[in-house]
Design a binder for this molecule. Structure first.
Ligand code: ADP
Ligand code: MG
Length: 489
């Protein structure tokens, strides 16, 4: 086989074409068509009623929360929401599919269209259009690596509701795919429809990859990479496959339609299935489920209850004057964004609020590997600290130091009271300050003359003296102004 070292020049002659299918496990309390619980990590085969086990004579019953989750995601990406939703049986035989078919939506996906925005290689915004989002159910889980002789089957997962999200083949790099997945994960978490956890399998993706000569109309033959366990590995598997395809084509070979997995330890894809056979799933309408009709009122009700979305908050924070870095860190997780939101309900100093979030608060969380919900100080008190600093009453260092520490120990305490008790209030009373300034100038009469003769660098000496006399309590800004004024007299 050709080796995979492809020169940048050669790579530049080809265009990667990539499409992604994501399966998102919804965080509903019960399964898609039964009241079985869906808790992750329960003992194997304990969340399995006769419905999940596919016993003859059992009937599915539709879980409305699945529908609501699908509509919320559809609204968030700007998709068209279908009114008449039918269900179909996708028939195939496998040991972890006891019914012998999966209930899915074949011709009538709940959502069509919509998009997620990423940045292209030049840093320009680029839309990745979605083909469809449809509702379906998960299969059971087969484990091939626990027992050396047998495959073990856990049917707890059978019937857990899923959304499948399919994109158009519009990614042109692994980096774009990485951004898309990160954004989709953030979105399902903001919407609180899934925990989006790749390690626990609640967000899984399959990647379709092909290359074509730049300018060519026709797509190349694609391969599929499955069972990816991190977004970085998605990106790496794309980069790897793109190079492999180009090297293969350049050496006179041809890409075959195959399915791969990614071996992260070797940084390479590995063949799973050789020839992708054309499945005949014998789709037909699910006779046991009525079509679900989505009324306009339901869509409007869900729209009115939508949480703020990450891209909206990002735009809002940029408008408030935060830089791109701060705005994206703040919107990384909904809980962080919401805490910031509650600080800025009480202060208009956005930059200071962002600094608190990214500085002292983040450090506190990181040191404890804690979640923001465990942070003890109410947002309003952080806003109060910002006010105290802005008013010149306490220094920024004292606010982030002693005051912050005391509030962590006693979140009910009043920041001003602590500042007073701990002698942290800066003296900004002009009269008292002026007496210190006068005393400082009186101590060095000859230096005052030198200053007046042009040695402007001497202000530092007087300031030092003022701070000494005030035992650090003088508000430096005001003190410096008074020193200046007194010297110019
Ligand atoms: P299937 O039903 O076989 O999975 P789909 O038509 O649903 O195929 O496509 C699955 C994914 O593959 C979609 O995200 C689509 O954009 C992508 N895709 C289709 N053709 C190509 C191609 N030639 N190269 C890369 N991705 C492709
Ligand atoms: Mg598919």
């Amino acid at each position: 086989m050709a080796n995979n070292d492809v020169s940048a020049d050669l790579r530049g002659q080809y265009e990667p074409v990539i499409g992604i299918e994501i399966h998102v496990q919804l965080n509903t309390a019960s399964k898609a068509y039964s009241s079985d619980p869906t808790e992750y990590g329960a003992a194997p085969n304990t969340q399995t009623s006769p419905i999940s086990l596919g016993h003859p004579g059992t009937l599915p019953m539709f879980n409305e929360t699945q529908l609501h989750s699908a509509i919320k995601l559809g609204l968030a990406v700007g998709a068209d929401i279908r009114e008449v939703n039918e269900f179909a049986r996708k028939n195939y035989f496998y040991a972890d599919l006891p019914k012998g078919y999966q209930i899915t939506q074949d011709k009538t996906p709940i959502c069509n269209g919509g998009f997620i925005e990423v940045k292209d290689a030049d840093g320009n915004p680029k839309r990745i259009n979605l083909t469809r989002i449809h509702m379906e159910e998960d299969s059971g889980k087969s484990s091939h690596d626990i027992d050396p002789f047998n495959t073990l089957i856990d049917l707890n997962r059978a019937g857990v509701p899923l959304l499948e999200i399919v994109t158009e083949p519009e990614f042109r790099s692994g980096e774009e795919a990485y951004q898309y997945l990160t954004e989709m994960q953030r979105l399902v978490r903001y919407l609180d429809i899934s925990d989006g956890n790749m390690e626990e399998g609640s967000l899984r993706c399959d990647v379709n990859i092909s290359v074509r000569k730049k300018g060519a109309q026709k797509f190349g033959t694609r391969v599929e990479v499955k069972n990816l366990n991190s977004f970085r590995n998605v990106q790496k598997s794309i980069d790897y496959e793109v190079n492999r395809h180009i090297a293969l084509i350049e050496s006179g070979g041809a890409v075959t339609q195959q399915t791969f997995t990614f071996d992260a330890s070797r940084g390479k894809t590995q063949l799973l299935r050789d020839k992708e056979e054309a499945h005949d799933y014998r789709y037909f309408n699910e006779p046991d489920l009525q079509p679900v009709i989505v009324k306009e009122e339901l869509i409007e009700e869900l729209r009115s209850k939508m949480p703020p979305l990450p891209k909206e908050l990002f735009a809002k924070y940029r408008k408030q004057g935060l830089n791109e870095y701060d705005a994206s860190l703040l919107t990384d997780s909904k809980e962080i964004a919401l805490f910031y939101e509650s600080i800025i309900e009480h202060t208009k100093n956005y930059k200071a609020a962002a600094n608190w979030m990214m500085g002292s608060i983040k450090s506190w969380l990181n040191e404890r590997a804690a979640h923001i919900s465990e942070f003890p100080i109410p947002a309003a008190k952080i806003a109060k600290l910002i006010d105290l600093v802005d008013a010149g009453k306490v220094s920024n260092t004292a606010a982030n130091g002693d005051l912050f520490k005391s509030l962590l120990e006693d979140p009910e305490a009043s920041p001003e009271q602590i500042a007073t008790d701990k002698n942290l209030i800066q003296e900004s009373d002009t009269k008292e300050l002026q007496t210190w300034v006068d005393a400082a100038l009186a101590k060095y009469p000859e230096k005052v003359e030198e200053y007046k003769a042009g040695k402007k660098g001497l202000t530092g000496l007087f300031m030092g003296e003022v701070m000494k006399l005030s035992r650090g309590k003088a508000d430096p800004k005001l003190a410096s102004k008074l020193v200046q004024q007194s010297l110019e007299k």
